[in-house]
Design a protein around this ligand. Structure first.
Ligand code: ADP
Ligand code: MG
Length: 352
């Protein structure tokens, strides 16, 4: 086990793309860490640079006490699972799992023993003699994981390991992965573009954009207090309301309403007001944003209500199924105390 330290790391491809751009990050020993961000933000490149499959252009990577920036991949003691699993089609499950041991010239008996034990722990014991082509997606994914954990690496690197699974299997595999990681206690870096997956699995999340980290924190922190409008937009199954507001005599004018400003700012300061639909509730009175119910979307136990305000602003509010308002009725969305966030109109950073 080991901590990972990344220092002013840049990885620039020969075509000039700065896929990782001066990034600093420390991942704790035993941590389940998620790299989250949209496609193309540099997640895979960062993971591959940690593994040594891409050469850092500048900066440093350390694993444990050892700087590995120029150490070849095979000598970093990391295991990686690729998005497409990269199993050997002509080898059996057992041979696939034991492959890293074979490469390390471990005795045959040891290879068998480890393959069997790892396969059993991942519910693959009955499939040892099959080939990857004879397995379901979920089983292939577990073989890829088994191969990665078979070598007791210091660090486990997972690149979107669940993205090839269908929705239901993905949930199962998620629970499975979380349990496995807890049992092994191995420092794990998990790449995903799926915010729900990152929130569910990770101890901490780095939200990435354009080769850099836009916020680093626990799932709760990034959900409750996104550090900027990029993260606010990216995190959450229902999008956060981000609407124009202006400070006026200690009050906040937003969507034709006035409410106490969560922060003391000079009069006339223009802000982006952020509030999650889950932190708003609907009343017929109270101090909040009033509008007409224009859309009601069923989310299962809850519903997402869209209020259309007189100035055209749309506000999403999550309500319990039984509290669904009628289309066309007037309602007021009242924020839970402390849940209104103000963002700079200039650069989108959280104020205060
Ligand atoms: P992600 O995994 O977040 O989708 P990547 O790390 O794959 O992002 O890519 C980051 C950026 O680097 C993208 O702009 C991508 O087009 C570019 N890129 C990725 N791989 C290469 C490569 N081998 N050569 C040149 N550019 C690349
Ligand atoms: Mg990728």
């Amino acid at each position: 086990m080991a901590q990972i330290s990344i220092d002013a790391l840049s990885t620039v491809y020969p075509n000039g793309v700065r896929a990782v751009d001066g990034l600093d990050l420390t991942i704790a020993d035993g941590e389940f860490f998620a790299l989250l961000g949209p496609s193309g933000c540099g997640k895979t490149t960062l993971l591959r640079t940690i593994a040594g499959l891409e050469q850092a252009t500048s900066g440093a990577v350390s694993i444990g006490d050892r700087e590995v920036t120029n150490v070849e991949p095979g000598r970093r003691n990391v295991a990686m699972v690729f998005q497409d699993y990269a199993l050997f089609p002509h080898m059996t499950v057992s041979e696939n799992i034991a492959y890293p041991l074979r490469v390390r010239k471990q005795p045959k008996a040891k290879q068998h023993e480890v393959a069997e034990r790892t396969a059993n722990s991942l519910s693959l014991g009955h499939l040892l003699e099959r080939r990857p082509g004879q397995l379901s997606g979920g089983q292939q994914q577990r073989v890829a994981l088994a191969r990665a954990v078979a070598i007791d690496a210091d660090v486990l690197l997972l690149d979107e390991p669940l993205s090839n699974l269908d929705a239901r299997l993905r949930l199962e595999a998620r629970t499975f992965l979380k349990r496995l990681q807890r049992e092994l206690g191995v420092t794990t870096v998990f790449v995903t573009h799926d915010q729900a997956e990152a929130l569910a699995l990770a101890d901490r999340i780095a939200v990435m954009e354009s080769g850099g980290i836009r916020q680093l924190g626990s799932p709760r922190e990034v959900f409750r207090r996104p550090a900027n409008t990029f993260v606010a937009n990216f995190i959450g199954s229902t999008p956060m309301n981000l609407v124009d507001g202006v400070v006026d005599g200690g009050q906040l004018a937003v969507a034709g309403a006035k409410m106490p400003s969560p922060q003391a700012l000079p009069d006339g300061t223009k802000v982006t007001v952020g509030v999650r639909p889950e932190y708003l509730s609907l009343t017929t009175d109270g101090i909040g944003i009033t509008g007409t119910v224009s859309i009601v979307e069923n989310l299962g136990v809850s519903s997402l209500v869209t209020l259309e305000c007189p100035d055209g602003t749309l506000i999403g509010v999550t309500v319990r199924e039984q509290d669904e308002p009628a289309i066309g009725s007037r309602a007021t969305a009242v924020p839970e105390s402390g849940r209104l966030l103000l963002y700079s109109k200039e650069d989108g950073t959280l104020l205060g």
